[in-house]
Design a protein around this ligand. Structure first.
Ligand code: HEM
Length: 200
């Protein structure tokens, strides 16, 4: 198989994998298989999907350093945009089915975890807007600095999840552990870079 075909196959594989949760949840919605509170289940599913794809996106670079799926580095933008896509659907379904948009601001005050989610969403929005090649070129070095904010966004999402739990913090603990593991790898890179600079 030549390189172009391999690239196309990988592109389609990742594209379909990123889109797959959507027909799955729509199907469950249509056949009324989302439990007693379908709206809540839908919002939760979309939020969870966004967070899981976010973790996968953050894991691509560390994995590539260990020679695991190194070619996936090229598709980080598609993964990142999928994170944003599901985050948009999560927020939209929340606004459409769980609250009245007119009460949105009031809701922000009543539920602090929503404010934290909204902050994370704003960061993801900034990252999505600056993802085209033209923006990368225009922002130069600033682009990398801006895109490191993805870790803050992930942290805020984990807090967003933790804050809304009333019991059984296991889920938040799992997310937090994954985030720490992903960040520690980046710290490692940072320290290695720092010692290189010092030893020069
Ligand atoms: C304006 C922004 C946001 C709003 C208004 C919002 C709203 C909500 C609400 C109301 C819930 C609880 C649903 C329920 O169980 O009743 C929730 C849960 C959740 N949200 Fe968000 N969210 C926002 C941003 C985000 C973002 C950016 C992400 C991920 C990238 C995210 C991921 C999650 C996750 C993982 C859950 C927990 C689902 C579960 O219970 O397992 N949220 N969000």
């Amino acid at each position: 198989m030549n390189a172009k075909t391999a690239h196309l196959m990988r592109w389609w594989f990742i594209f379909i994998a990123c889109l797959a949760p959507l027909p799955y949840i729509v199907y469950r919605l249509v056949v009324n298989n989302l439990g007693a509170e379908p709206a809540k289940a839908l919002v939760e599913f979309l939020g969870k999907t966004s967070l899981i794809v976010l973790f996968v996106t953050l894991a691509v670079t560390p994995l590539s350093k260990f020679k695991v799926l190194p070619s996936f580095v090229k598709y980080r933008r598609m993964l990142g945009l999928s994170v944003f896509f599901y985050a948009c659907l999560h927020v939209l379904s929340y606004g459409m089915f769980l609250v009245d948009w007119r009460n949105f601001i009031e809701d922000l005050y009543q539920r602090p975890y929503v404010i934290v989610g909204a902050l994370a969403f704003l960061i993801l929005l900034a990252l999505a807007v600056t993802s085209p090649r033209a923006a990368i070129k225009k922002l130069g070095k600033k682009w990398k600095r801006l895109h490191r904010w993805v870790y803050l966004a992930t942290f805020l999402v984990v807090v967003h999840v933790y804050w809304q739990l009333r019991a059984d913090y296991f889920e938040a603990l799992v997310y937090f552990t994954i985030l720490v593991a992903l960040m520690s790898f980046r710290l490692d890179v940072l320290l290695a870079w720092k010692s290189k600079v010092i030893n020069k």
